[in-house]
Design a protein around this ligand. Structure first.
Ligand SMILES: *[C@@H]1O[C@H](CO)[C@@H](O)[C@H](O)[C@H]1NC(C)=O
Ligand SMILES: *[C@@H]1O[C@H](CO)[C@@H](O)[C@H](O)[C@H]1NC(C)=O
Length: 187
């Protein structure tokens, strides 16, 4: 091999290694890229603050930041939702208050709601809950990430006793290790 091509192979290998090392630190190689999490109706009875954000940290902690504002006391709610992963779509309808009632004591969901300071039962009182950078350790869901990795999109319309709420999100959960290795092989 010529010296020049040897050098360029060496440099590109070092580049890949640096990139790899950087990305490998994101929770087992997973990276969460949020396109948006937002209200899709300006008259939402429950709304997300403008700065609402979710970040997956290298140590497998998910950071939540922002506030959730309820403009009324919510005593009942029916949520119609659509979630989409890549081209696979799923939709359904859930009774929000019943869902809360069905959360098992000391389950991860209950612990998560506790940690975030969110209500665990209806009624949901009028007011603002600010998450103020709370984090949840998701290390034990690393295997599950493989299953849900892809382009994720969702939309929900909640019909409550006091009015409607529409929220939507779009995000990509990618395994950066696969991405980087793929790039270095394909070039
Ligand atoms: C909402 O609920 C709280 C607590 O139960 C109560 O004090 C308040 O008066 C209610 N507000 C409205 C507008 O119904
Ligand atoms: C998260 O939980 C795992 C076990 O599930 C633990 O090994 C790890 O140290 C925790 N990470 C943080 C940052 O607390």
């Amino acid at each position: 091999m010529k010296k020049a091509s040897m050098t360029s192979v060496l440099i590109s290998t070092i580049n890949v290694l640096i990139l790899y090392a950087k990305i490998a630190r994101c929770c087992g190689g997973y990276e969460l890229i949020i396109d948006y999490i937002r209200n899709c109706d300006s008259d939402n009875i429950i709304e997300l603050s403008d700065n609402f954000n979710v970040i997956l940290k290298p140590n497998c902690e998910v950071h939540f930041n922002g506030c959730i504002i309820s403009h009324a006391n919510i005593t009942s709610s029916i949520t119609e939702y659509t979630v989409q992963k890549n081209s696979v779509k799923m939709s359904g309808k859930k009774d929000g208050c019943k869902q809360l009632d069905n959360i098992k004591p000391s389950s991860d969901i209950e612990k998560g709601l506790d940690l975030l300071g969110l209500p665990k039962r209806c009624p949901i009182n009028k007011g603002t809950v600010c998450l103020g950078i709370k984090s949840i350790n998701v290390s034990k869901y690393k295997l599950l990430m493989n299953v849900i990795a892809g382009h994720l999109k969702g939309k929900s319309v909640m019909t409550t006793n006091a009015g409607k709420s529409c929220m939507e999100f779009s995000a990509k959960l990618v395994n950066s290790l696969v991405k980087v290795v793929g790039h270095s092989v394909i070039g």
